[in-house]
Design a protein around this ligand. Structure first.
Ligand code: ARG
Ligand code: ZN
Length: 863
């Protein structure tokens, strides 16, 4: 079944007040609802009320207090006929139904994790709790009473404010919560169980006092400080940058170890994957600390961009996700505390976009940031909707300026607070607040694919005139053979010895446009798409000399990094080793005392294999791996002295701080360590083993272990054993242990990683129903370890097919994610391509596939 954006109809009925009474029992939870129903925008007298419900046991229905028998039940719906006065006036529906949380392995709706109850309702999980108008344009006020046995569930949480608690007979108790803000069902949440919290009271901009809580299992309380600090920083940042204040008296975050995604912005009761809450230096890496900061911010920012103003329908998902990712990226950039820190954050974000979103945009699942069609909405929580969506929001800010963007945001809230709206509404707020025509900008919402911009230069020395011609195109994507030109903001600057040219913003709107620059005294070097101002591919043939100039001196840090990436990429794809000039350029970067260590680390990190694949028309994954690895080894060897010196200079003595400065130093130190092992594993492995043993933080311990494992050092084995024993009781650290082994590239003389992964799959600590564990073993291998995964005999693909088929009956959402690992199969050379196709067909032949996996496989095979 396919859903289409243009088939949207407003609801026939809508809800006002909703009261829920939920008696929690893992085997049989009884859900009673009392709903005030009103005519909606598509109402016609006599229309039936069609509620959706999934995996529910229906018990009873009453209307206006009377038993009602005029209804039909299907596996997905409850249709109610013969409504009082043809449905024209408000009426009350009361439903009783039952669900079974302990059997719910999909982790959507109400489920049990480590004996506690949690919910996940976005996008369509509420229908697994009770029959409802489970769509985001129906916004209701919720009052929720939770009941449970007090011994098993001392804590009972839901959205909003706690208005009552009671002791009940037989050891039961109850808590009643009221959320003052109308909300769609996808923002509903409940949590119940044995949890404890840390709390803080803060004063927000209006002078109001607010209670902040972070709820976790008792043994994790000591790992919540960083999340709390991140939450407080987010609250202050949103007040300062966007004038947006926390609107509730109480704001809660809860951590759960079984969770499909990163986290969820339920109103006043955010629920998080433990991975994005729990951290202390001994168990979490710098990357973990940074991710926690950004996910906490992301979910908090949704309170305005998502909750106060929500989406009309799920095709508009990027309205809240693209915007909220942009906001969290800006927040994290500001938290870096320096201009160079902001640039580092920008480079990291773009690297992710190119590694994950560019392939998606070129593959069978390509879709615009506002899709036109889907079979299963869970498959559209994608890097396109999120990360490309964020790039599109960033382009408004680039076009309108920071102040103009803020004006647009202010107008957006003024117009739409409390409403469920569309991406067009956002665009119109930006346009109207700034008096700017953004009609053509809409193409970013409707067209898939990464635009290509061809750059042609002409310098006339006699006239001292420079001409720049930009030509845009965009390859066809599924359902979109032809594309209209995009509105592309390109920041550019001409680099000259005289240093007399300013940065400018070019707006490329035609298929092809030429700009002329006068009084350019010498042939300049062009720096374009500075700070990655538009999510495009540049088709720009530059001489190695020009790239080296940019690499050593472009004043735009992003483009400086970019020049280095381009140099390396061209050489790797041509199977060349770095020449003396490049080595010298790398050396200068490493020795430059004015450069941020984090920037050096990014500069000396080579383009990912997945990004290199996208530059080819027929990918031989083993050749690319070998060429990239040889290139890396050469940098490692040629600069061995520098790496050794940096390893010493980048030490961070004193107490551990996860800030941008120290984490940048650790990153460069640990890159140096890895490079030393790349150059001469036998010589440097003892130093890595020593770092492993004496480290007082996870960043250094893990990096040392990774260097040993990745380079096949003999010390790897005993350190892995030590690591497991040391952290056996800490699930998130054990995920790292699994993940590291599954991501090991091929190493001469060792068993293949596939053999190791098959053993890990049988390890007693492996669980197919825990998404984090599945990701750390199966995804890490199939999606993040290309050289081990892509074997000419197809053994990796067989493992993939077995895993998708095993996972699908347990958790279709996680299975569908994994299914996407073969998206780009058509890009590969033989025999890889045929073997991938065979594996896809084997999965496709399964008669009982979930709609989730069916959609992904169907699109991959082109049905
Ligand atoms: N809205 C959440 C976020 O971006 C993601 C939840 C998606 N969950 C799902 N099951 N599709 O933070
Ligand atoms: Zn989000």
């Amino acid at each position: 079944q396919s859903f289409r954006r243009l088939e949207y109809r407003p609801p026939v009925y809508t809800f006002d007040q909703v009261e829920l009474d939920i008696a929690l029992d893992p085997a049989r939870t009884i859900v009673k609802s009392r709903i005030e129903v009103l005519p909606g925008k598509s109402f016609e007298p006599g229309a039936p009320l069609v509620l959706v419900g999934h995996d529910l046991e229906f018990v009873s229905l009453r209307i206006n207090g009377e038993a009602h028998r005029h209804f039909e039940l299907t596996p997905e719906t409850l249709t109610i006929h013969s409504l009082p006065n043809e449905g024209k006036d408000k009426f009350i529906v009361e439903i009783i139904c039952v669900c079974v949380p302990e059997k719910n392995t999909t982790l959507m709706g109400l489920y049990v994790s480590n004996g506690n109850f949690f919910t996940q309702c976005e996008a369509e999980g509420f229908r697994k709790i009770t029959y409802f108008l489970d769509r985001p344009d129906v916004m209701a006020r919720f009052k929720v009473t939770l009941r449970a046995r007090e011994a098993e569930c001392p804590v009972l949480l839901s959205n909003g404010n706690l208005i009552n608690t009671e002791k009940l007979p037989n050891g039961w108790h109850s808590a009643t919560w009221e959320d003052p803000f109308p909300k769609p069902s996808y923002l509903f949440a409940l949590v119940a169980g044995k949890l404890e919290c840390i709390e803080e009271t803060i004063t927000t901009s209006s002078g109001a006092k607010k209670l902040l809580q972070i709820w976790v299992e008792p043994h994790d309380l000591k790992k919540t400080r960083h999340a709390m600090d991140s939450l407080i920083a987010s609250i202050h940042w949103d007040e300062k940058r966007f004038g947006l204040e926390l609107d509730l008296e109480r704001f809660m975050i809860v951590a759960v170890s079984d969770f499909n995604m990163g986290a969820m912005e339920n109103k006043g009761l955010n629920i998080f994957n433990t991975k994005f809450v729990l951290a202390q230096p001994e168990t979490a890496t710098d990357a973990d600390f940074a991710n926690i900061e950004s996910v906490v911010a992301h979910e908090y920012f949704h309170n305005w961009t998502g909750n106060r103003v929500t989406c009309q329908d799920w095709f508009q998902l990027s309205l809240k996700e693209g915007l909220t990712v942009f906001r969290d990226q800006e927040f994290s950039a500001d938290q870096m505390g320096s201009e160079s820190g902001r640039a580092v954050k920008r480079i990291e974000d773009v690297r992710l976009l190119r590694q994950l979103q560019f392939p998606e945009d070129a593959g069978p699942m390509a879709h615009p940031i506002r899709p036109d069609e889907y079979q299963e909405i869970n498959n559209f929580y994608t890097v396109t909707v999120y990360e490309k969506g964020s790039e599109v929001v960033r382009m408004y800010q680039t076009l309108l300026g920071r102040d103009g963007f803020r004006k647009g945001m202010d107008l957006y809230f003024k117009r739409h607070d409390g409403q469920a709206v569309t991406c067009d509404d956002f665009l119109m707020a930006m346009a109207d607040a700034n008096g700017k025509d953004l009609t053509q900008f809409k193409n970013w919402y409707s067209q898939a694919g990464t635009p290509r911009v061809k750059v042609q230069e002409h310098y006339d020395a006699a006239k001292k005139q420079y001409q720049l011609t930009l030509t845009q195109s965009c390859a066809p994507s599924p359902g979109q053979p032809e594309k209209k030109p995009f509105h592309i903001p390109l920041k550019m600057r001409l680099i000259t010895k005289a240093n007399d040219q300013k940065e400018q913003l070019l707006e490329l709107t035609q298929a092809s446009q030429t700009w002329t620059f006068d009084n350019v005294e010498e042939r300049p070097v062009l720096s374009i798409n500075r700070n990655f101002s538009a999510p495009v591919n540049l088709d720009f043939e530059q001489s190695e000399a020009d790239l080296l100039t940019q690499f050593s001196s472009d004043d735009d840090a992003f483009n400086r990094w970019e020049a280095g990436q381009k140099l390396a990429m061209q050489m790797i794809l041509n199977n060349r080793l770095p020449d003396a000039q490049i080595i010298e350029a790398y050396r200068n970067i490493l020795l430059d005392p004015n450069l941020d260590p984090a920037f050096k680390d990014l500069t000396l990190t080579l383009p990912a294999e997945s990004y290199l694949y996208e530059q080819c028309t027929s990918v031989d994954p083993q050749k690319i791996f070998t060429a990239r690895r040889a290139f890396r080894r050469e940098i490692a060897k040629q600069l061995q002295l520098e790496w050794a010196a940096l390893y010493q200079q980048m030490q961070t003595p004193g107490p551990f701080k996860s800030d941008g400065v120290d984490s940048g130093k650790r990153a460069l130190k640990n890159l140096s360590l890895s490079m030393l092992l790349e150059a001469a594993p036998g010589v440097w492995a003892p130093m890595a083993a020593n770092q492993y043993q004496i480290a007082d933080n996870m960043t250094d311990r893990y990096a040392a272990l990774a260097a040993l494992v990745m380079h096949g050092a003999k010390q790897a084995k005993e350190c892995l054993i030590d690591f497991y024993n040391r952290f056996a009781s800490d699930a998130l650290v054990i995920d790292k242990w699994f993940g590291l082994q599954s991501s090991r590239p091929p190493v001469d003389g060792l068993d293949s990683t596939l053999e190791e992964v098959k053993k890990l799959r049988e390890h007693p600590a492996f669980k197919l129903n825990n998404p984090n564990r599945v990701r750390s073993v199966i995804h890490a291998f199939c999606a993040n370890n290309p050289a081990s995964f892509h074997q000419a005999d197809g053994s990796g693909y067989e493992f993939w097919a077995d895993s998708v088929l095993a996972l699908d009956p347990i958790n279709p959402q996680v299975a569908a994610r994994l299914a996407r690992a073969l998206d780009r199969w058509r890009l590969f050379a033989q025999p890889y391509q045929d073997r991938m196709k065979a594996a896809l067909e084997r999965v496709s032949a399964c008669q009982t596939l979930s709609p989730d996996v069916r959609e992904v496989i169907g699109k991959a095979l082109g049905n």
